[in-house]
Design a binder for this molecule. Structure first.
Ligand code: WTA
Length: 651
């Protein structure tokens, strides 16, 4: 349980003076958003441009069996026109994207809104020329280069649905996502430089194509200049297809509830599911949270260090900031290359005002000491943000004192791929923060803490349970791609009438929320979300493996590490060699982020008499907390546990 009785950090009067929202305004707006969602969102929905204005605002139903979520349903718009065209008149020459490459060689690019427009229109015409139209799916498998943003916006412009696959995923993971969405075109690059090393994404895409079951084309961006192989007829260079193409592609008129993108994310069971977000509500909510959560003002340079392969990159590198006409930084590299001062050098070079990163990066950099931070002038910073996992108070304090010099409010934003945008977060001019707490709900968000067993609502302060949301908000996911049943079963079945977040949570004496982590079998490794079931299924697909169980163990920098218990098929013996082989196998099946940290050979796994693996016990053993195993009376073979304890690895 977190220590909640801690000193509050009040926003400074100076900050409050210039902030969009102070404490009183937050109360007033929050109240209005809950009492009259139609009125509130009807008004704030106007922050984006509509082709045909909506007359209906909210039409949502959380009833299990008939879950249906619609916002602004009769309005029409184009998301790319909102992120580009509408800014051209007043800020065509303003920088839209500052691109910072992996190498620190001064070749950073400033891409103006006019230039962004030209790139996106051309890209859109190229996709059209490849036969992509409204409703077709396009998979984007790119490094952090401007073309990733162009590709997303080009899809939005022509009404195609993009599905970005993180460039760190393996060919198999890419293939399953291309197959799952039946994408017509896959967009990749020859190679992606990160931390001084080039990954040949084209090679990965080639391997993926061996497993792609339908006819698809591959569009290749030239980035690293590495050697690649080529399949005539299937593969096309972007720069060749762009040659001579018009930079005028009229935006499609899309319905507010037409899908904008699919993003695959891990859950507790089965393979990753395709989270579907739609056009109108998503853009209203991401642009609004971007402005309010970061207290973004015109002229600020804003930087979110996430990758566009994750939802954070979608909502807070591309769509939210660009809808607001912001200047958004896109960084190709890693925090520690060429050295641990890289983030801070970029903040200095580009006078970054809002900086948004993950606790795992903060912890890793904290481990390098204060020197690399103090070398740079960080006086441009105004607001610091975190996302992805709970932040421990030590890291919070270091961020506050060493990076923010005690003068930048920290916004600890809790949200999920499914929620599209920030759900619990301080607003920098309004909320007194407590290290480790995501504090209070954003406008329109109604969090409830439920008793995990009974599902009853726990009222008042000082309660702990699971976090659910009582009513819809505009950027809520609408469905699982092609499987609405799965959507309802995952989020609306267990606690009827609520959206279940699958996070544990407590509400303290001030009404602040503290996320305690996932209550399902989802791991959070360096802010990357992974299902234990996916890793287990990768392990058992190896011929030597009979059974596998995967749990997370606390890790100082990564948040969690991956701990696997593996029992082998008869005829296979444990060895260091086999361990390495299994690690490589999981890397190949899923990607480097899923590589097991620990593999413990387990002759048997602790199961109940009905055959259910008792993960609680496995978690305790892995965390070296076997003194507190809890109730073991339902174990079928108690002696199995003694063996696991004797051979545990994380001592
Ligand atoms: C966790 C990332 C505590 C949480 C935007 C959630 C957090 C999962 C926070 C979603 C935070 C995210 N404090 N935990 N500020 N932000 N999480 O879908 O467990 O990659 O359910 O979305 O990350 O991860 P996802």
């Amino acid at each position: 349980m977190p220590e909640t009785d801690v000193k509050k950090h009040e926003p400074s009067p100076d900050f409050v003076k210039h902030a969009h929202v102070d404490a009183a305004k937050y109360e007033e707006m929050y109240k209005a958003s809950i009492e009259d969602p139609d009125g509130f969102w009807g008004e704030h929905g106007k922050r984006i441009d509509w082709i045909k204005p909506y007359t209906k605002v909210k039409n949502t139903d959380f009833t299990y069996g008939q879950v249906d979520i619609k916002w602004f349903e009769d309005g029409t718009l184009n998301v790319a026109a909102n992120c580009i065209d509408r800014h051209l008149k007043d800020r065509g020459d303003q920088t839209a994207i500052i691109w910072v490459p992996d190498e620190d060689d001064g070749s950073d690019q400033h891409i103006s809104y006019n230039q962004l427009s030209s790139h996106v229109n051309k890209f859109a015409n190229v996709l059209k020329g490849m036969g992509v139209g409204r409703g077709d799916r396009v998979v984007i498998y790119l490094p952090m280069i401007p073309q990733a943003a162009y590709a997303m916006l080009a899809c939005a412009r022509i009404g195609a649905i993009h599905s970005v696959v993180f460039a760190g995923f393996s060919p198999d993971a890419l293939a399953s996502r291309v197959n799952g969405s039946e994408a017509k075109v896959v967009i990749t690059a020859d190679g992606g430089p990160r931390g001084g090393k080039v990954t040949s994404l084209k090679d990965n895409a080639d391997k993926a194509f061996e497993k792609i079951e339908h006819d698809a084309k591959l569009l290749v961006v030239k980035r690293a200049g590495n050697d690649i192989s080529w399949t005539d007829g299937r593969d096309h260079w972007l720069h060749e297809l762009e040659d001579g193409v018009s930079d005028d592609c009229p935006p499609e008129e899309m319905g507010a509830e037409d899908p904008l993108f699919i993003l695959y994310t891990s859950g507790s069971t089965g393979q990753p599911k395709g989270v579907v977000h739609t056009q109108g509500g998503y853009l209203v909510y991401t642009s609004m949270t971007h402005e309010y959560t970061f207290d973004y003002h015109d002229g600020d340079v804003y930087w979110c260090t996430a990758d566009v392969g994750w939802v954070t990159g979608h909502s807070y590198i591309v769509y939210g900031p660009l809808a607001n006409g912001a200047t958004t930084v896109m960084f190709e590299g890693v925090p520690t290359y060429p050295d641990a001062g890289r983030f801070w050098k970029i903040c200095q070079d580009h006078k970054v005002a809002q900086f948004y990163t993950a606790p795992t990066a903060i912890r890793a950099l904290m481990g390098k000491g204060n020197g690399p931070v103090e070398k740079y002038d960080l006086s441009s910073l105004k607001v610091l943000g975190t996302v992805g996992e709970p932040i421990n108070p030590e890291a919070w304090n270091w961020y506050d004192q060493v990076v923010g010099k005690g003068r930048c409010p920290i916004v600890d934003t809790w949200w999920q791929t499914e929620t599209g945008g920030h759900m619990l977060t301080p607003l920098p001019g309004a909320t007194a923060t407590k290290p480790g707490s995501a504090t209070q709900p954003f406008f329109g968000v109604q969090p409830v803490v439920l008793d995990a067993e009974s599902g009853s609502v726990l009222e008042g302060p000082g309660v702990e349970g699971v976090l659910a949301i009582a009513d819809s908000w505009p950027s809520q996911m609408r469905t699982v791609y092609g499987d609405h049943e799965r959507f309802m079963n995952t989020y609306f079945q267990q606690y009827k009438g609520y959206y279940f977040t699958e996070d544990g949570c407590m509400r303290d004496e001030d009404g602040y929320y503290w996320i305690t982590g996932r209550v399902d079998d989802v791991l959070n490794v360096s802010g990357h979300r992974m299902g234990t079931a996916e890793i287990e299924s990768a392990l058992v697909s190896h011929p030597a493996v009979n059974e596998a169980a995967v749990v997370g163990v606390p890790h100082e920098v990564k948040g969690q590490a991956i701990y696997c218990y593996v029992s082998l098929m008869d005829g296979h013996e444990p060895s260091e060699e086999l361990k390495k082989e299994l690690q490589t196998h999981v890397r190949t099946e899923i990607g480097p982020i899923a590589k097991p940290d620990f593999i413990q050979w387990a002759p048997g796994l602790p199961k109940t008499r009905s055959g259910k693996i008792m993960r609680r016990i496995l978690r305790k053993v892995a965390a070296n907390e076997h003194e507190q195993l809890g109730d073991t009376s339902t174990l079928a073979e108690p002696e199995v546990v003694d063996d696991l304890i004797a051979n545990r690895l994380n001592k």
